[in-house]
Write a protein that binds this ligand. Structure first.
Ligand code: NI
Length: 259
């Protein structure tokens, strides 16, 4: 059940049987020459809705704006500051916690969300630990869909190092599956596979820990960060989605039943 398609009475009835909610979280930013601006939100939402359909869990509205300052040199990118996103996550969680929700399961589609969401979770718990809020503190978990073992195995087998860090063939494959007819032809100057990322870059910039927008555009002029997006197919996207949903259902079940 989607929260946006439910009445308050239906949410109230849901709360009588479950206090868990799934929250898709993505970004709105450039995804290279053939990827869509909404890739991270579209993919996280599809995985979250799949988990919701298979488990009967409620799925909240998608958080589709995020921290993407490093991509602001590419038209269409919208970035929140990290402190803004932390405040949004805080208010999203505490609004629903007040009504009886206790477990918040974030399905993530954007690397930069990992550190920000975990910091927001710590600040939510701190309000209970320090006594400014009372009662049962909520519990939050964030999982990136590509980290579910079932999806991770597929992307490693299919793309290897060409998966890269941004505008990955796996995320492009999933949007090709979700939006038939959305395939784009790359401009000729961007047809070649990008250079493989050195291990030191992966170490220093994992989780989208990139520098400012001007530096980022100069380093990655077409927007891909070591990812050969053109390897993506819609058929692979369908398989990745199914694999991520399978992994997500297992992890969500473990989260909601955790003592
Ligand atoms: Ni992405």
């Amino acid at each position: 059940m989607q929260l946006t398609h439910a009445t308050w009475g239906e949410v109230s009835a849901y709360l009588a049987r479950s206090q868990a909610i799934i929250v898709p979280i993505g970004s709105t930013e450039q995804h290279g020459p053939i990827g869509l601006m909404g890739t991270d939100a579209l993919t996280a939402e599809a995985v979250a809705h799949g988990i919701g359909e298979q488990t009967g869990a409620l799925v909240g509205p998608t958080l589709s704006l995020s921290v993407a300052q490093f991509n602001l040199g590419f038209p269409g990118t919208i970035s929140l500051r990290a402190t803004t996103l932390m405040a949004v996550i805080n208010d999203y969680v505490l609004s629903l916690q007040r009504q009886g929700f206790e477990r918040f399961y974030f399905v993530n589609g954007h690397g930069a969300n990992v550190s920000v969401a975990k910091a927001a979770f710590q600040d939510i718990y701190a309000q209970f630990s320090l006594g400014s809020l009372t009662g049962q503190a909520p519990r939050c978990r964030l999982r990136s869909w590509w980290d579910y073992p079932q999806a991770d195995a597929l992307r490693k087998a299919w793309y290897g190092a060409a998966e890269g860090m941004h505008a990955t063939p796996s995320e492009i494959a999933m949007t090709l599956h979700l939006l038939p007819g959305s395939a784009r032809q790359a401009p000729p100057e961007f047809l070649a596979a990008p250079a493989q990322l050195p291990a030191t870059f992966l170490r220093d910039h994992g989780g989208d820990n990139h520098w400012d927008a001007q530096t980022h555009r100069e380093a990655f002029p077409d927007g891909r960060v070591g990812s050969d997006s053109a390897l993506a197919t819609a058929e692979q996207g369908g398989q990745l989605l199914a694999a991520a949903i399978e992994g997500g259902c297992e992890d969500f079940a473990a989260f909601v039943t955790q003592a």
